[in-house]
Write a protein that binds this ligand. Structure first.
Ligand SMILES: [Fe+2]
Ligand SMILES: [Fe+2]
Length: 471
């Protein structure tokens, strides 16, 4: 089945040649995609050779090829993970029946919504990050940014393939709309709120890839369990690429923490700002912001939609097949802390309605692991302060906890108290100004900006001092 057409106009392993109608639709969409990329992709360096990996197959070994390419020449392709023979729907009401190869009529609208919501985040993040190339702390970081960007572009292709292949005319219209919405645009914003927020500096970029792309990992993993097999196979392959995005974020923040910790150790009593470094309080504020926005992306704590998706076998839990023994989630409950008349009240709800919260659990756990790693850098340098994740009730715009205000420990506070303490918890204009002032681009091969430490290794088998971007 893995017949990869690498030299087609659109590289693919889905036998596009065998479906002329689909091939024509996608080839018609391709130039629009490229115009979007040229208009909304990275603001500079489009004509430079960048050391990028390109997906060329779906084998665990050797699925990607590294080499210098110009971004507009990147070979954005359509790749689905290999099918699992005789795959069955792994959970929900129709568990054990053959997986859907076509969209079941009754779930058509729901599935389209799930796919469009996921798809919309892919170009949105490219738009949010388009200015960052001007201030990259090293050539390797610049290359990593571009790698993330071209792969988000490929994820858009992956989702557009599903829309055009399985949803006819509506699918084609949705595919066009994905290129028309713009992150942060007042009239045509991106669908999910967090994808309209600006990402103005590299600490925000690392926080974004750490927290928002990690939400992506959990959403894709839940959809990789889907009984709609084409979606499952698409997401399984996207997860392969996604892993790099998360590690860019996680290690990026670690490198910032490490640099600050070193400077704190070498310069006791000195202000980090006087040394051009990023104070720990600012790192904490960035965590507060992006972590809480990413929590919103999982949806409401109690959600009938989530219950329906699970019942229909469309969206499972994280590692549904591997981690759980029981896959109907019927006759089970979970306690969710709700907000009633401004008070916290524990309520026992059917487990299926708490699926968003279940997915969020795995996510929070994964974030805690990264926090531990960053805190180890502080420990190693003998610095006493620690970074932490705020409570999941803090600063929420979606779900139960958006009904009231909470402090970072999760205690209810008044809306006024929240506003009064906002500068304590989030970066303010002056902070962004400072961050902007220290983020001078660093373009020398093997050199790194002052506010971050160099990565311990390079990418694609190359050392750190490699010409990742040919300027
Ligand atoms: Fe993505
Ligand atoms: Fe990503």
């Amino acid at each position: 089945m893995s017949n990869v057409d690498l030299f087609d106009k659109i590289p693919n392993n889905v036998d596009l040649k065998g479906d002329k109608k689909l091939q024509r639709a996608l080839e018609r969409w391709q130039p629009d995609y490229l115009s979007w990329w040229n208009e909304m992709g990275p603001v500079e360096y489009q004509d430079k050779d960048i050391y990028l990996r390109t997906a060329i197959d779906v084998d665990a070994e050797g699925w990607a090829q590294f080499g210098h390419v110009k971004m507009p020449d990147y070979r954005w392709g359509i790749f689905l993970a290999e099918p699992v023979p005789d795959r069955k729907i792994p959970f929900g009401d129709t568990m054990g029946q053959p997986a859907f190869q076509e969209v079941p009529g009754e779930y058509r609208n729901v599935l389209r919504r799930i796919i469009v919501n996921q798809a919309d985040t892919e170009p949105a993040s490219v738009e949010q990050q388009r200015w960052l190339c001007k201030t990259a702390p090293s050539l390797l970081d610049m290359r990593n940014l571009f790698q993330v960007n071209v792969e988000e572009g490929r994820h858009l292709w992956a989702m557009v393939y599903l829309l055009q292949k399985h949803f006819g005319k509506d699918g084609r219209e949705e595919a066009d709309e994905l290129l028309r919405r713009r992150s942060g645009d007042a009239d045509k914003p991106r669908i999910l709120n967090a994808f309209n927020n600006p990402c103005p500096d590299w600490m925000s970029f690392f926080s974004f890839t750490m927290f928002m792309d990690r939400d992506g990992k959990f959403q894709l993993a839940a959809l990789a369990e889907s009984g709609f097999d084409p979606l499952s196979r698409t997401c399984r392959f996207m997860l392969t690429e996604e892993a790099h995005h998360l590690s860019v974020g996680e290690t990026g923040l670690q490198r910032i923490v490490k640099r600050t910790a070193e400077l704190m150790k070498e310069n006791p009593g000195k202000e980090m700002k006087d040394l051009g470094a990023i104070p720990l309080e600012m790192i904490q504020k960035s965590i507060n912001y992006w972590f809480t926005y990413s929590l919103d992306l999982f949806g409401g704590e109690i959600s009938s939609n989530a219950a329906d998706y699970f019942a229909a076998g469309l969206k499972g839990r994280f590692r549904e097949e591997k981690k759980y023994d029981e896959h109907t989630a019927l006759d089970q409950t979970r306690v969710v802390t709700t907000v009633e008349d401004g008070k916290l009240v524990d309520r026992e709800v059917p487990l299926r309605t708490a699926m968003n919260e279940e997915l969020r659990d795995g996510y929070v756990e994964d974030c805690e692991r990264a926090l531990k790693m960053w805190n180890r850098e502080l420990e190693k340098a003998g610095v006493e302060q620690r970074l932490s994740l705020p409570h999941r009730r803090f600063h929420r715009h979606v779900g139960e906890y958006s009904k009231a205000s909470f402090d970072p420990e999760g205690n209810p506070i008044s809306a006024d108290a929240f506003e009064a303490r906002r500068p304590e918890w989030f970066l303010a204009d002056a902070d962004f100004e400072y961050l902007g002032s220290i983020m001078e681009p660093c373009h020398e091969v093997g050199k790194i900006a002052n506010w971050i430490s160099a990565p311990v290794k390079g990418v694609g088998g190359q050392p750190f001092d490699f010409e990742y971007v040919k300027l």
